[in-house]
Design a protein around this ligand. Sequence first.
Ligand code: FAD
Ligand code: NAD
Length: 480
Amino acid sequence: MTTKYDVIVIGAGPAGYVAAIKAAQLGLKTACVEKWKKKDGRPSLGGTCLNVGCIPSKALLESSHKFESTQHELAAHGIDMGDVKFDVTKMMARKDQIVEQLTGGITGLFKHNGVDHLFGKGKLLKGKQVEFTPDDGSAVQVLDADNVILATGSVPVEIPPAPLTEGMIVDSTGALEFDSVPKRLGVIGGGVIGLELGSVWNRLGSDVVVFEAMDKFLAVADQQIAKESAKIFKKQGLDIRVGAMVAGTEIKGDEIVVTYKDKDGDKTEVFDKLIVAVGRRPYTEGCIADDAGVQMADRGFVHVDDVCQTSVPGVYAIGDLVRGPMLAHKGSEEGVMVAERIHGKPAQVNYDTVPSVIYTHPEVSWVGKTEEECKQEGIPYKAGTFPFAANGRALAAGEGSGMAKVIAHAETDRVLGVHIVGPNSGDMVAQAVIAMEFGSSAEDLGTIMFAHPTVSEALHEAAMAVDGAAIHIANRKKRA
Ligand code: FAD
Ligand code: NAD
C-alpha cells in the first residue's frame, strides 16, 4: 500500500466521502480513513447520514406516511381499504435494505474513482501525517499527505437529566430501531429530529409528547411559518410543549417518569420510551494530536476560515465538525470546494443559500433570511404569502395546508428569503435557492412561467404577493 497521498480524508460521511471522490476525480491520489462498521462488523461508508441519519429516517417517514394516508386519507377518494395493518419488522428491514444499498453504493464509487478506503481510525499528527489504526488489528501505520481533510462529523448531545438507557431512553439512532410502537413516547427537543422521528411514531400510533425548552417553537425558522407548522402538527396529534425544561427522568419497571418545569411549575409525565434529541456536537475524540497545531473554536468545533482551511496550511475541516448548519448538503458542498481548492481552483461555498428542510408532512423548508432576521439586522423588507388552500394542485392532492412566503428587499426587490410549509416544499425550495443564487428579484420570480397545475405555483404567487399582485387570492395591498 502507498503511504504517501496527495489527499487523506478522515471520515466518510457526506462531507468526507464527497471530498474524497471529488479529489480523486481531479486526479489527486486520495485515501479516506473511515472506522464505521455495521453491527455484523462489516465496514460501512456514508457516516451518520447514510447509516443512522438522513436516509434511515426518511425511509421510516415514508413508510409511516403511507400507513397513515392509507388509513385516513384514502376514504375521501372513495377507496375503502378495510382494516389497514402494518408490520414494524418489515418496515425496519426495508429501511435497513435501503441503508445497505446506499452505503454499498459509496464503496462502489470509491472503487470506481480510485479512492483507497482505509478501514480503521485516523488521527491527524503534526506535519500533515495521519496515523492509521487498521480495524483488523494489524500494525498502526503513519501516512504522509500533502493535504489532510478532517471530516469526523458529529454525535448526539447527551444531557444529565436523561442519561441514555438501552432500549428505553434513546438517542436518534435508538429511535430508528424500536421493534414495536411505543404506547406513549416522550421526545426531549422540538427541533428537526424531534419533529421527524416524533412524526414517524405518532403516525404509527404512539401518543407523542415533545418537550421544547425554548419558549418559541422552531426558533430558527420564520415565525409566521413556524406558527402555521405548529397548528398543522397539533392537528396531526403531536403534543408540542414549548417552554418545557426536563429536570429529571426515573426508570420504574418498564416506564420512564419524566419531570419537567414549565411556566406553571413542576410536572410529570410517564412514557414507555423517551427520545433525547437536543442537538449534536462536533466529534474530535482521538482524531487530532495535541501537537498537530489545529486551533479549536467554541463548543468543540474546529476553527476554519471561509474556505474551510484550519490554522495549519494544507489541513482542512468540513461538515458537522465546523461552523454553520449541521446538514449533509452543506458538508458535501464544502467537500467539493476543498477538493477543488487543493487542485488549484478558487472555489467557494455560498453560505447565504443553504436550504433547510424538515421532512414532516407537509415539509417545512426555507432558505435565506427570516422576517425576524431582517428586523434584527435593520434590513428594509417586504413580504408576500400564498396559502396552499388556494393552489389547485395541492387541493387535488388533499394537501391544502400551509403557505409559501417570499421576503424581498424593500428597495431593490432582491429575494432575501423563502419560507414554505406545504407539499413537497423541500423540492420547491430548490427553486428559491436557484433564484437567490442568480440574484433574482421577487418580480423575476413572479414573471417567470410556472407549469399549471403544480404546487410550485404557490411560490410564483407568493412572489407576486410581495407587491400585492397575486392573482389567485385577494391581495391585502393593491399594486400602485
Ligand atoms: P458524519 O456523517 O457524522 O460522518 C463522519 C464520519 O467520520 C463517520 O462515519 C465517523 O465514523 C467517521 N470518523 C469519525 N472519527 C473518525 C476517525 N478518527 N477515524 C476514522 N473515521 C472517523 N442532514 C440533512 O441534510 N438532511 C437530513 O434529512 C438529515 N437527517 C438527519 C437525521 C438524523 C436522525 C440525524 C442524526 C442527522 C440528520 N442529518 C440530516 C444531519 C446529517 O446526518 C449530518 O449533517 C451529516 O451526516 C454530517 O456529515 P459529516 O460528513 O460532516 O459527518
Ligand atoms: P436541533 O438543534 O434541530 O433541535 C434541538 C432542539 O432541542 C432545539 O429546539 C433546542 O431548543 C431543544 N433543546 C435543547 N436542549 C433542550 C433541553 N434540555 N430540553 C428540551 N429541549 C431542549 O437538533 P436535533 O433535532 O437534535 O438535530 C441535530 C442536528 O441534525 C441538527 O443540527 C439538524 O440540522 C440535523 N438534522 C437535520 C435534519 C434535516 O435536515 N431534515 C434532520 C435531522 C437532523
